[in-house]
Design a protein around this ligand. Structure first.
Ligand SMILES: [Mg+2]
Length: 119
């Protein structure tokens, strides 16, 4: 993660793009790229004649990478340690979705018969 973070920072600096990369724009870019990722699946899975096939792995990888790059860029610009943030959130989610309630269930934590949420 640290190597990618440094490589992305260098990529941005070499192009003098940092002055355009305000947090709100980078957050928007994450959403735009997530939209491009979703677009790959639009109309896929229909049994109707002429439906679209599943996206190929190359296009899927490219859009996943775009989302991740924009997110990492947002983290770089705001000083967020993405790996640490993910680790903290996983810990939080483990408490929010205890195996005793979440195993095999697609319910949201506030839909459990007994509220086990932590926040
Ligand atoms: Mg894209």
């Amino acid at each position: 993660m640290a190597a990618l973070k440094a490589r992305l920072a260098a990529f941005v600096a070499e192009r003098d793009w940092g002055r355009f990369h305000r947090p709100k724009d980078l957050a928007m870019a994450v959403s735009v790229e997530a939209g491009e990722l979703l677009e790959l699946f639009l109309w896929v899975g229909s049994d109707e004649p002429g439906g679209r096939p599943s996206p190929d792995r190359t296009r899927l990888e490219a859009e996943v990478a775009d989302v991740a790059i924009c997110l990492l860029n947002l983290c770089n610009q705001t000083g967020i340690d993405l790996a640490a943030a993910i680790a903290r959130k996983l810990e939080h989610n483990a408490a929010k979705y205890p195996v005793s309630h979440a195993h095999g269930s697609a319910l949201k934590y506030d839909e459990y018969p007994t509220d086990v949420s932590t926040s």
